[in-house]
Write a protein that binds this ligand. Sequence first.
Ligand SMILES: [Zn+2]
Length: 248
Amino acid sequence: MMDTLKLDLVVASRTLADHGVIDAYGHASARSTANPQRYFMACNLAPELVTEGDILEYDLDSNALDANGRALYQERFIHGEIYKARPDVMAIVHNHSHAVVPFSCTNVALLPIFHMAAFIGLGLPLWDIREAQKGSDMLVKSPELGSHLAAALGAHPGVLMRGHGSTVVAENIPRAVGRSIYLDINARMQYQAIVLAGDGGSVSYMDEAEVAANVSWQNYERSWRLWKEKALGRLIEEKAAAARGSSR
Ligand SMILES: [Zn+2]
């Protein structure tokens, strides 16, 4: 079970990187199914490079239990503090999607414009780190900042972080990854629609009933199978290339 979870985190990291949702920064985590007081996340490494051996186990205070000297993500408290506050959350993606950031620092609300991102209609609160700490470097580097962020998230599926990015949560890894990818796509589509409509034009968003009808079942299952196959295929190629290299 644990190894499946670790492998799924490898797939999640590489898939999010492939879609440009996370670059060298940003991270995906999953709560342990064996012990809800633990979660798994990579050590401090660009997500595109993550393999199973890089996935560490953390307690909910975000201490790594098996780091063996490896550096940790500074923003790991985002994950630990949300897992503490939200027993229903099993997976978390923190990202710096370039398309989403403008919606975090303007008065333009990010709304569901595209059915694959219907979950946005459940509400994405905006968190401003300035309300927790003045003059910060914008990073969630302490348990206090993490719990302040978790409080802003409340019962929602995600939270926008002013001038920084967003954090998306779900009941499983495929849903957290799918939501993060389609949040980024929705942000781009919404920007395009607003520009296309121009002054005096109008943009139609999904309504509450449409959101409810979609969110209940949208698990991104077909996408996840595709993403997993691609990521695992690349992993096999990398291992084969490494083996060829070491046998020379
Ligand atoms: Zn960040």
